[in-house]
Design a protein around this ligand. Structure first.
Ligand code: PMP
Ligand code: GLN
Length: 381
């Protein structure tokens, strides 16, 4: 077999989690909470999993009641017109499937797709599997803010799509209203679509609002906006997400989705619909919940030799380790896991060419006791 992705190995998240397990290390590598979803949501899932008639295929675009709940929530959170549940909301198997379905729907062979780098590791390979050409535009440490002049310089008549991710994985950078405004100016006379990966939408700190692309009417017309129940409900293992896009774009996403997964878990969709219908405070509590964890983790590492980068959003902390070691980031991450007992992700994994700035990523979506235990192992280094 001639590989379609010959240069791609096992995902760094699997590798570091496996190494953490082998070494009995505290896993601050792969992004997942070590606490469970809200009890009411777990109970709802148990209820629907034992309800007769909730075990067969859901409708292809998702349960209507869940799509309606998402539409209401979107209008409530962003103060924008609700997307039409019938034609503008699609439930997917995590944001992962939504990303893949959008790329498969939009990217023709030879199309260029702009990726701001560092980027979530799926983006480049998924673009290439469609025959697309990822064009990487660098984001510079320590702020990782987009340089729109560089984006402008990278735009060509073949640019089919630009991928945004705010809050950003791995850096935590967030887009501002001004960023969206500048992007809208750049795209105005183009046929370029926007894929906005907003899975960390409820983790924006320091009293800042999340600037969803849905807030910008001009961008919204050409955008696929993705979210993940895995992030919002501490349930990454449920693999539930969704895509909001104008009807014509949604129709294309659904053409792919119907042959990719067709539909996703029925009882789980019912449980999430219950949660959205009955509790409108959960998402509002998340910024404070995660800001507290960010601040706790940063204060615990304050006396260490790690240099902590700013974290305006998301649930990851980037750190420079140059005062501790001159090693490359992969070697350092592995040694930290083996010798210090704390697993992290080397940030070079988020670059197509392994670019190494001497940075590692910690996930702070962990119980306070886990953060304390990890910090104890890190401060003396
Ligand atoms: N996009 C980003 C930026 C992510 O960090 C993740 C989760 N690691 C995903 C997409 C995938 O989300 P899900 O787990 O819902 O498939
Ligand atoms: N998004 C998670 C992270 O960045 C990992 C998801 C995965 O393991 N594929 O760590």
């Amino acid at each position: 077999l001639v590989s379609k992705l010959p240069d791609i190995g096992t995902s760094i998240f699997s590798l570091m989690t496996q190494l953490a397990q082998e070494c009995g290390a505290i896993n601050l590598a792969q992004g997942f909470p070590d606490y469970d979803p809200p009890v009411a949501l777990q109970q709802a899932l148990a209820r629907h999993a034992t309800t007769p008639g909730h075990h067969q295929y859901a409708p292809m675009p998702g349960l209507l009641r869940l799509r309606e709940a998402i539409a209401h929530k979107t209008a409530r959170v962003y103060g924008v017109s609700a997307p039409d549940p019938a034609t503008e909301v699609t439930i997917t198997c995590g944001a992962t499937e939504a990303l893949y379905a959008v790329l498969a729907a939009v990217v023709h062979p030879g199309d260029e797709v702009l990726v701001l780098e560092p980027a979530y590791d799926l983006y480049g390979p998924a673009i290439r599997l469609q025959g697309g050409v990822p064009i990487y535009v660098p984001l510079e440490a320590p702020d990782f803010r987009p340089d729109w002049d560089r984006v402008r310089a990278a735009l060509t008549p073949r640019t089919r799509l630009i991928m945004l991710n705010s809050p950003h994985n791995p850096s935590g950078a967030v887009l501002s209203a001004q960023d969206l405004h500048l992007l809208a100016d750049l795209l105005r006379d183009t046929d370029t679509f926007v894929l906005s990966d907003e899975v960390y939408e409820h983790m924006v700190f320091d009293e800042q609002p999340h600037q969803s692309v849905l807030l910008h009417p001009e961008l919204r017309e050409r955008a696929f906006v993705l979210s993940s129940f895995g992030k919002t409900y501490h349930a990454t293992g449920w693999k539930m997400g969704y895509c909001i896009a104008p009807a014509a774009l949604t129709a294309e996403v659904r053409r792919v989705h119907q042959f990719l997964t067709f539909a996703v878990s029925t009882p789980t969709q019912h449980a999430l619909a219950d949660a959205l219908e009955t509790d409108t405070t959960h998402d509002q509590s998340l910024p404070d919940f995660y800001q507290y964890k960010r601040d706790l983790f940063r204060s615990l590492l304050a006396g260490s030799r790690f240099e902590l980068l700013p974290v305006p959003g998301g649930y990851f902390q980037l750190a420079r380790y140059r005062q501790i070691s001159a090693e490359g980031d992969v070697a350092f991450a592995q040694r930290l896991t083996r010798e210090a007992g704390v697993a992290v992700v080397p940030v070079s994994a988020f670059y197509h060419d392994g670019h190494d700035d001497g940075l590692i990523r910690f996930c702070f979506a962990k119980q306070d006791s886990t953060l304390h235990a990890a910090a104890q192992r890190l401060v003396g280094l």
